[in-house]
Design a binder for this molecule. Structure first.
Ligand SMILES: C[S@@+](CC[C@H](N)C(=O)[O-])C[C@H]1O[C@@H](n2cnc3c(N)ncnc32)[C@H](O)[C@@H]1O
Length: 418
């Protein structure tokens, strides 16, 4: 019996659907399946409701407590119909909640009560809205998705021509720039500076494209990464024990948000940051403002044209590899291994991973399309990353469980001396 073929035939049959819906035990399965399919159709509208709430700062306005709907409507400057559509949609998506009283014990009104939006109604944060209200990282990410939605507005056109100009390519300037970059991992970049261990002295290379990016070109993405980094750092710090290490080098460390979180949790650790020169310039200022400038040595360069500084016994690559092709990932991993080779050391990979149980759609559907629009890279399964790590000369590769694997997958691998 060919079960998949039989299943496909049955699921495509309206008669079968009618039969299933008529049987109480099977009805709930049919309802769940139809809801899942409907959510696929409607997902874009749901995203737009969330975006509208964030853009109109609705969650911020309600963060201190419920407000009278009429007052909110005036502040948002929406007409009756638009305000009703938005608030009802947000309530249905658990972003907002109708409330009965502004203070004291507040109970959610029943769905039936919520069918009218009157001037006496009070609105508060819903279960999901409360999470967004307390989290600047999510707000920044939602706003960033305005560009993502525009790039995905004609998905078939993008699939047919993945090299087409997109907003994400403009935004992530290094993905554009690095396309023409020479692949010479042993040439130092003149802008590389250090307070502690430094790369070996070698003749100057022609300026690699990524290293020529300006502060203006790297600013927006560096800010977004810094805003969303606390979500990741929290996961990594809860899952990995940094106290056994002496010196951490964060490769592609952005403006230093990850190092800043690690520095606060582990005052004994020496810290190094490596990123494109313009990003390092930003990091220097941001970390100096946090009083951490003296604890961190800064190294500007490109992993594709400059040596990675030596001296660390732990190197982290946080949300870096999924931006790049397998070939470029191999270059990055080999540079990291070389930098650890004097005494041996560990590599820590932290990024969303494909095939995460319970979050398969995140890796393959969401990041698949996002990275296609960005022009390069892909989310990889832990097995794929393990294969690349082994090929690059790492041993003892293992996955480390995190509390929120949807957000951060974690792996480590050992670079033996020599
Ligand atoms: C997606 S961001 C992640 C930043 C940071 N690790 C985080 O999680 O917040 C990727 C980082 O890699 C850096 N990067 C990209 N290409 C690079 C290159 N060729 N050499 C060094 N850094 C690079 C970018 O500037 C950026 O800071």
């Amino acid at each position: 019996m060919n079960w998949p073929a039989l299943r496909d035939r049955l699921l495509a049959s309206p008669r079968f659907h009618r039969w299933v819906l008529a049987i109480p035990g099977l009805r709930s399965i049919a309802r769940l399946q139809s809801r899942r399919l409907f959510d696929l159709v409607a997902g874009f509208s749901y995203s737009q409701v969330l975006l509208s709430c964030v853009e109109l700062k609705l969650f911020e306005k309600l963060a201190a407590g419920p407000r009278r709907a009429s007052e909110l409507q005036r502040e948002l400057d929406l007409n009756d119909r638009s305000f009703e559509v938005l608030t009802r949609a947000a309530v249905a998506l658990e972003l907002l909640e109708w409330r009965t009283a502004p203070t004291g014990e507040i109970s959610a009104k029943s769905a039936a009560d919520a069918s009218t939006v009157g001037t006496s109604q009070w609105l508060g944060l819903g279960m999901l809205g409360a999470v967004v209200a307390g989290n600047k990282a999510i707000t920044a990410m939602v706003m960033h998705h305005k560009s993502v939605y525009q790039d995905l507005v004609d998905p078939v056109a993008l699939l047919r021509d993945p090299s087409k100009t997109t907003q994400l390519r403009e935004y992530w300037a290094y993905t554009r720039e690095s396309m023409g970059e020479p692949n010479q991992p042993n040439q130092p970049n003149p802008s590389s500076t250090s307070g502690t261990p430094s790369p070996s002295n070698q003749p100057s290379a022609p300026k690699a494209a990524g290293t020529a990016l300006t502060l203006q070109q790297v600013s927006d993405y560096s800010e977004l990464m810094a805003a969303s980094q606390p979500l990741v750092a929290e996961q990594v710090l809860a899952a990995y024990d940094f106290s056994k290490h002496r010196c951490l080098l964060d490769m592609g460390g952005g403006q230093g948000a990850f190092l800043s979180a690690v520095a606060k949790a582990h005052p004994q650790l020496r810290l190094m940051l490596f990123d494109l020169p313009a990003v390092v310039q930003k990091a220097r200022n941001v970390l100096a403002d946090q009083g951490l400038g003296g604890r961190i040595s800064f190294h500007g360069g490109s992993f594709f044209s400059d040596p990675v500084p030596t001296g660390a016994d732990l190197i982290s690559l946080v949300r870096v590899l999924y931006d790049h092709s397998d070939e470029r990932v191999m270059t990055i991993l080999k540079s990291a291994r070389r930098a650890l080779s004097a005494q041996g050391g560990w590599l820590l990979l932290a990024e969303p991973m494909s095939g995460t149980p319970g979050a398969e759609a995140m890796g393959d559907a969401y990041f698949g399309l996002y990275l296609l629009a960005m022009g390069k890279g892909r989310a990889r399964t832990p097995q794929e990353l393990a294969r690349l790590l082994t090929q690059a000369g790492f041993t003892r590769v293992e996955a480390i469980p995190t509390r929120l694997p949807l957000q951060t997958g974690l792996m480590r691998a050992y670079a033996p001396p020599g």
